[in-house]
Design a protein around this ligand. Structure first.
Ligand SMILES: NC(=O)C1=CN([C@@H]2O[C@H](COP(=O)(O)OP(=O)(O)OC[C@H]3O[C@@H](n4cnc5c(N)ncnc54)[C@H](O)[C@@H]3O)[C@@H](O)[C@H]2O)C=CC1
Ligand SMILES: O=C([O-])CC(=O)C(=O)O
Length: 274
């Protein structure tokens, strides 16, 4: 019955039950006003059997490309390589896709046109960042500059293509090392699993080619630290967030909570924040 629409509840499906996906699934299972968890897509169903079976109302397991058939909102929380396979069929059916692997969106931006043509939506949560409400608001006026500085512990950066391709040894660092300085678009290519936040910031503000990003490997921090600075004709603001890493050291704990907050807003009577 989980795939069928009961009353006017919005059905939510989740692609990827990793650090972010499991938390969202648990929150939906515990109850979010007006929403039900209808389906999940996983790479290895046996691995997730205990978790899914332990939910009060276990969702059906379907292939990723079928999530849009059994849900109104598809939440993408898989590696960015799977983004297109998840989002394309959903938005083609006029459904909403919540995208956390937002870095992957830049190489698949035609999905936005596809969504527009079919009445679908692509929704990017604030995720591990802060202040996208203010950036959105400032972008209604004129933003002159957006800068972001990220500092991550070594474990949060290991394996990033930029580090591997440039043969940078970060394992033996004793002090902070600036790894990268460039645009959000370049950051997303070099650090696809570490810098989704830079792309989210760019899409909220002045775009991926005008958003400046610095990335530091910092053995002195234990949290993923992001600081943004915005200069606009309406306001100047700077904000920073220090994220506690989840069981996936690249991913801050607050990311899943940001998606849960976004889902709560879909049917909430009282909505606060833009
Ligand atoms: N927007 C933001 O602020 C943030 C975004 N992220 C991004 O969110 C995404 C998910 O992050 P985590 O949950 O930490 O990753 P994770 O590695 O813990 O989980 C990903 C899950 O996707 C599953 N998966 C892989 N291929 C699949 C397939 N074909 N079908 C179904 N499932 C599949 C994996 O088995 C794994 O369980 C990543 O792309 C990450 O870079 C992470 C942190 C912040
Ligand atoms: O969790 C964080 O601090 C940010 C992150 O991994 C990302 O943007 O992908």
């Amino acid at each position: 019955m989980t795939g069928q629409k009961a009353s006017n509840e919005l059905r939510v499906a989740i692609a990827g039950l990793g650090s972010i996906g499991t938390k969202i699934a648990s929150a939906l299972d515990q109850g979010i006003e007006g929403l039900t968890l209808s389906a999940v897509a996983v790479r290895n169903p046996a691995k997730h059997q205990a978790f899914i079976g332990g939910l009060r109302r276990p969702p059906q397991i379907v292939p990723i490309e079928q999530l849009g058939e059994v849900a109104d909102i598809v939440v993408e929380c898989a590696p960015s390589s799977q983004l297109r396979a998840i989002v394309e069929p959903a938005v083609k059916r006029g459904k909403a896709a919540v995208v956390v692997s937002v870095g992957g969106l830049l190489d698949n931006f035609d999905l936005v046109d596809l969504a527009r043509a079919n009445g679908g939506r692509i929704i990017v949560p604030t995720g591990a960042l802060i202040g996208l409400d203010a950036v959105n608001a400032a972008a209604i006026g004129t933003i002159n500059s957006v800068k972001m500085v990220t500092r991550k512990p070594i474990d949060g950066l290991k394996g990033a293509p930029f580090i591997v391709e440039n043969n940078i040894d970060i394992d033996n660092l004793r002090e902070p090392l600036k790894l990268f300085e460039g645009t959000a678009r370049e950051a997303a290519k070099g650090f696809p699993a570490n810098l989704n936040v830079a792309v989210a910031l760019s899409l909220a503000g002045v775009g991926p080619d005008r958003t400046s990003v610095q990335i530091w490997a910092d053995p002195t921090v234990t949290r993923n630290v992001h600081r943004i600075e915005v200069e606009a004709d309406s306001a100047r603001f700077s904000m920073s967030i220090e994220n506690i890493p989840s069981e996936n050291p690249k991913t801050g704990l607050i990311t899943a909570l940001s998606v849960i907050a976004l889902l709560r807003k879909q049917r909430a009577t009282l909505c606060v924040g833009t």
